[in-house]
Design a protein around this ligand. Sequence first.
Ligand SMILES: Cc1cc2nc3c(=O)[nH]c(=O)nc-3n(C[C@H](O)[C@H](O)[C@H](O)COP(=O)(O)OP(=O)(O)OC[C@H]3O[C@@H](n4cnc5c(N)ncnc54)[C@H](O)[C@@H]3O)c2cc1C
Length: 370
Amino acid sequence: MSMHDIVIIGGGLAGLTAANLLSKQGRQVLVIEKKRYPFHRVCGEYISNEVKHFLKKEGLFPHAIEVSNIDTFLLTSVKGKSVSMSLDLGGFGISRFVLDDFLYKKAIGNGTDFLVETQVEAVHFEKKEDRFCITLGNGKEISCKHVIGAFGKRSKVDKSLDRDFIKKRSPYIGVKYHIKTDFDKKTVALHNFEGGYCGINSIEDQKFNLCYLGSRDQLREAGNIEEMERQYLWKNPFLKEIWQNSEFLFERPEVINEINFSPKKPIESHIIMAGDAAGLITPLCGNGMAIAIHTGKLAAEAILNHKERSNIESSYTEAWVRNFKSRLWIGRNVQKLFGANIVSEFSVGLIRNSNFVARNIMKRTHGQPF
Ligand SMILES: Cc1cc2nc3c(=O)[nH]c(=O)nc-3n(C[C@H](O)[C@H](O)[C@H](O)COP(=O)(O)OP(=O)(O)OC[C@H]3O[C@@H](n4cnc5c(N)ncnc54)[C@H](O)[C@@H]3O)c2cc1C
């Protein structure tokens, strides 16, 4: 059995942020990631500017890549009514293919060890030894003092821990493309359709991300993705226009299912849960990536600032609840205003008629620079 100080399960934004910060402070860190970098993920790839200051300060901002700067929000209803507003904080666009690979290379430079193309099957906390035992897909075992669970929305580890949310099925699927199209680079748009919503925003290299949250039932009924898009998404004239007048750059889209927004716990079986593993904010809020980066920072700080396990866990829980609990709750409830005919007309009307209310909702689902 190999021995380590800190093991991070999952090398997405939460895991890579924590790995960079801990390694920079001389801690011995191993990240276990089931895929090989670089790779695509289903994600809208619009990052709230709340992370910019932090990434720059820590030398984790990808200066060499020309990210897009986004300052305007466009919303359209199922029937194609539209409204736009300026974004207070705004954001930038960069693909996960590029950003995660950049942070991965930074982490290697900072001294993090990686096991890629390796899946964690199970984690057990052994009380007597005050250590974790991690079982890998190849049967090998790793012993370590601390575990950060940064394995995203849904993982084998959740099953092995028998977490509550894993027992419920989710009605959502996520689909992502990269496209070339004629659209304003400074705008992030959210187009509603019956059963879901679709975002579009610019990323690097003159490309755009086109990503939607759709319905599992509609996909089953339509038989395939293409047919579902024609039957449901194209009813919104903005989406039809995008599909008919864009160059699609992937051979086939990236697709995931079982996207679950149920509440989760920030500490489970002594594992410090970061990013989506602690709770996924609804994508329409456009800041799950910022939350992942922020929780990665908080997880690293909890380990760096405290010696006793109980203090690490209580300080992290307190910070997580203070920063994210109500944002995630509001996000879940705001989602009810989207993806259906009458309510999406209502939300467009709401922004048109009460910019103040719309701004307030946006503020409450977004954080401040940290
Ligand atoms: C449709 C959709 C659109 C979205 N759009 C946006 C957006 O525009 N802006 C935004 O800010 N957020 C958006 N989000 C949310 C955002 O993608 C996530 O919040 C963010 O990726 C979370 O990062 P993470 O590090 O927690 O998890 P991830 O990025 O998912 O990383 C988890 C990693 O863990 C690995 N892993 C999992 N299980 C194991 C295992 N057992 N062993 C080893 N490795 C494992 C995975 O391979 C993965 O690399 C969107 C989400 C969806 C579903």
